[in-house]
Write a protein that binds this ligand. Structure first.
Ligand SMILES: Cc1cc2nc3c(=O)[nH]c(=O)nc-3n(C[C@H](O)[C@H](O)[C@H](O)COP(=O)(O)O)c2cc1C
Length: 392
């Protein structure tokens, strides 16, 4: 005898029980080349795979007979209370999953009481997000060859009241996502097969491509040549723009320019963490860019214990890469992370059902964190410590 296990295949978000359920829903709702853009990693996708494997190598070691009926997951990030130790990561081109996807992610984050990070290559202008969405907003920055672009973004984000600037340092040599690239005949131009694939997704085609016009990199419009602001095939258009050396001199420059919290996203080395603190940064994001940049890269989780032991008291430590379960989040907090950024997990929600889908993704994850804290015998995330995990 065998039994059959089937996931729910409909559109009712309340029936999605896991991030994987939302991933499957999103996969059906958007054309293949859009899903590939979100899903894939660089080259052989070893870094991408490794991000998930890291969680399997860690096991949770609970305490028992603890009354956890009063447990909560509130925490403090940059001196302000957050409803949970989660932050939405910056992801570019969100508008190709859902029209005005950045707004939907930001609204869901605001309602969940957590910060939202807007990408430099968003498809909604940074001012509109700040104006229309109540909540904590962080601005991600790519520094391109023309430093005027970065200066423009920083000045506008300051004027719009963004709380933090997140300087991404791991994409100026752009990773080659081969499976994504294969979907395009030329930069920004999907192959005929992929264009035909849009016919199988009329709702997406109407909502994303026709009704509101093809999504554009709205923050960069004044600087990009005509045609280059088109967000379809972003990862085939951006490599050229990003291809410029950046250095610690840029960090010093940004520190002078930006008055509020400054983070470097792309730190995976203790010496770089020390240098970030010395340069006046407030935090770092330990990340390998979701396995989309350098293949065979270590994961944030690999480096977290070492960096936390040395720099945890001086810098806010944000980690990301492969977080799909509440237990993943709890493991990282045990190892010294202050909070976790969500990339694909909330994008799956966005693809599956817009803002309601993102809200569902956050509900699923916070439900899992809550249960995990209860199982671990702790009443708050502040009680998590390295003694509560084992590497197996
Ligand atoms: C579709 C997509 C677009 C991304 N765009 C950006 C971006 O514009 N800026 C940035 O700093 N990181 C970007 N990232 C990386 C994320 O911020 C984050 O580091 C990564 O997604 C975390 O891994 P996860 O997706 O497994 O959670 C992107 C990731 C994805 C999946």
């Amino acid at each position: 005898m065998t039994w059959r296990r089937r996931r729910y295949h409909g559109r009712d978000l309340s029936r999605a029980l896991s991030i994987e359920d939302l991933r499957q829903m999103a996969m059906r709702r958007v054309p293949n080349f859009v899903f590939e853009y979100v899903e894939g990693g660089a080259e052989d996708e070893q870094a991408l795979k490794h991000n998930r494997e890291g969680f399997s190598a860690l096991r949770l070691a609970p305490r028992t007979l603890v009354d956890t009926s009063g447990r909560h997951m509130r925490t403090t990030i940059f001196g302000r209370e957050s409803a949970s130790p989660l932050v939405i990561a910056p992801t570019g081109g969100n508008g190709i999953l859902q029209a005005r996807g950045d707004l939907q992610l930001a609204h869901a984050a605001g309602q969940a009481g957590i910060p939202f990070t807007l990408s430099t290559v968003s498809t909604v202008p940074l001012e509109q997000v700040a104006r229309e969405v109540t909540g904590r907003h962080w601005m991600q920055l790519y520094v391109m060859e023309n430093r005027k672009v970065a200066e423009d973004i920083v000045t506008r984000a300051d004027a719009a009241g963004y709380e933090a600037l997140v300087f991404t340092t791991d994409a100026n040599v752009f990773g080659l996502r081969e499976w994504d690239r294969r979907n395009y005949a030329a930069p920004g131009r999907p192959t005929w097969r992929n264009l035909l694939g849009m016919l199988g997704h009329p709702r997406w085609t109407w909502e994303v491509m026709l009704r509101n016009g093809i999504p554009q990199f709205e923050n960069l419009k004044n600087f990009l040549p005509p045609g280059a602001a088109n967000a379809v095939g972003g990862s085939t258009i951006l490599p050229k723009l990003f291809n410029t050396p950046i250095s610690w001199a840029d960090v010093q420059w940004l520190r002078r320019l930006w008055p509020r919290k400054l983070l470097i996203k792309g730190v995976l080395n203790v010496a770089d963490a020390e240098r970030a603190a010395a340069a006046g940064c407030d935090g770092i994001v330990l990340t390998n860019h979701g396995g989309r940049q350098m293949d065979h890269c270590v994961s944030a989780l690999d480096m977290l214990p070492e960096i936390s032991a040395r720099m945890g008291s001086q810098l806010t430590l944000v980690v990301d890469g492969g977080f799909r379960r509440g237990t993943d989040v709890v493991k990282a907090l045990c190892l010294g992370a202050d909070c976790v950024m969500l990339g694909r997990a909330t994008l799956y929600g966005l693809g599956a059902g817009g803002q309601a889908g993102v809200t569902r993704a956050l509900e699923i994850l916070t439900g899992e964190i809550d249960r995990c804290l209860g199982h671990m015998g702790v009443n708050s995330v502040a009680e998590l410590n390295p003694g509560l995990v084992r590497r197996v």
